[in-house]
Write a protein that binds this ligand. Structure first.
Ligand code: PHE
Length: 340
């Protein structure tokens, strides 16, 4: 045994990393236990020449002392830690978990689903990337209809037959193609239009469209259904007004206003002093659309309507900028905690 061996051991003791109590146990086994390295060094002392023994002895004692000190100090640390752990009062109330808030668009979408669910409308779903047939052709859009224009629609570059759906009427085509009347369903979902983003317009937004097809469905059924919806959504004193309009897939078509929920019809900023706010488009399903979807228009008739969820949400919560819905600002979102 050389002096170097002892000095290397001193360094090894110093460098040994102890992070856990099992590291500490390994340290003890390696250096301090009966069969450990320090015991071995001691047993080799008698092989050292007498004149070198003093110097050796000093180094060996230093090695032993360092190892023991290191061991003791870590042992103490670990004991303190377990003591601290034992001092935790497990009867203390837990830290409250902060709950998130539902997005206002989801709250209103769910409310719309609930309102129509109560009168028998199911919920249906379809793809956001649609083909020309389901988004346009089946719905009677002529080849040169402006909605097909690149200005309005996001087309898929590699396949111009595909586009991001511009409305969820496409879902209704799918439903009509695959089901026999009576059909009574609403289709909520995200839609896309190539518009500049502003307080009033966005390149994507959300719609709920409704469809009811059966024998003898009339415009009166449509009007009553929408009146029921308006009263449920905005309060029982809400009035509705239908104005003639045009959509390629409904005939006759109308746009529906509700009496302004803010000024109760007296005139304010929101209703631009008219007392009325437009909330949806609707009409009787055009017989040509029924035929496109293999439904006999002699036997069946139906109505359809479509509304923007953003618009309804803005009216319910008095929000005046559409962009805030997609900015993910928690100061806005957390105001909806506990609702919905
Ligand atoms: N699809 C129309 C739109 O996106 C809304 C609508 C649906 C109008 C059904 C009439 C009937 O604007």
């Amino acid at each position: 045994m050389s002096l170097d061996t002892v000095q290397n051991l001193i360094r090894e003791v110093e460098d040994f990393k102890i992070d856990t109590s099992s590291d500490l146990e390994n340290f003890r086994l390696k250096f301090l236990s009966k069969k450990g390295l320090i015991g071995e060094v001691f047993s080799l002392m008698k092989t050292i020449a007498p004149q070198d023994r003093k110097q050796f002895g000093q180094q060996v004692n230093l090695l032993k002392q360092n190892a023991e000190e290191k061991f003791e100090s870590f042992k103490l640390q670990f004991e303190e830690k377990t003591e601290q752990q034992q001092l935790i009062d497990i009867t203390l109330p837990g830290e409250p978990l902060e709950s998130g808030a539902m997005h206002p668009l989801s709250i209103i979408r769910n409310r719309i689903i609930e309102i129509f669910g109560a009168i028998g409308f199911t919920v249906s779903d379809g793809p956001e990337i649609e083909d020309d047939w389901h988004n346009f052709s089946a719905l009677n859009f002529t080849e040169d209809h402006p909605a097909r224009d690149m200005q309005d629609t996001f087309f898929v570059q590699k396949n111009p037959d595909l586009a991001l759906r511009t409305h969820t009427s496409s879902v209704q085509v799918r439903i009509m193609e695959n089901n026999k009347p009576p059909i009574r369903t609403i289709s909520p979902g995200r839609v896309y239009r190539n518009e500049a983003i502003s307080a009033r317009a966005h390149c994507f937004f959300h719609q709920v469209e409704g469809l009811y097809i059966d024998k003898d469905v009339s415009f009166a059924d449509l009007k009553q259904t929408l009146l029921y919806f308006a009263k449920e959504m905005f309060g029982t004193d809400t009035k509705i007004r239908l104005r003639p309009s045009y959509f390629p897939f409904t005939e006759p078509s109308a746009e529906m206003d509700i009496s302004c929920t803010f000024c109760k019809g007296e005139g304010c900023n929101i209703c631009k002093y008219t007392g009325w706010v437009e909330i949806l488009g609707c009409g009787m399903v055009d017989p040509a659309v029924l035929e496109n979807c293999k439904i006999d228009h002699q036997e069946y008739s139906g109505f359809a309507f479509g509304m923007g969820i953003e618009r309804i949400t803005m009216l319910v919560y008095d929000i005046n900028d559409l962009r805030i819905f997609s900015e993910n600002d928690v100061r806005f979102l957390k105001q909806f905690k506990g609702i919905g």
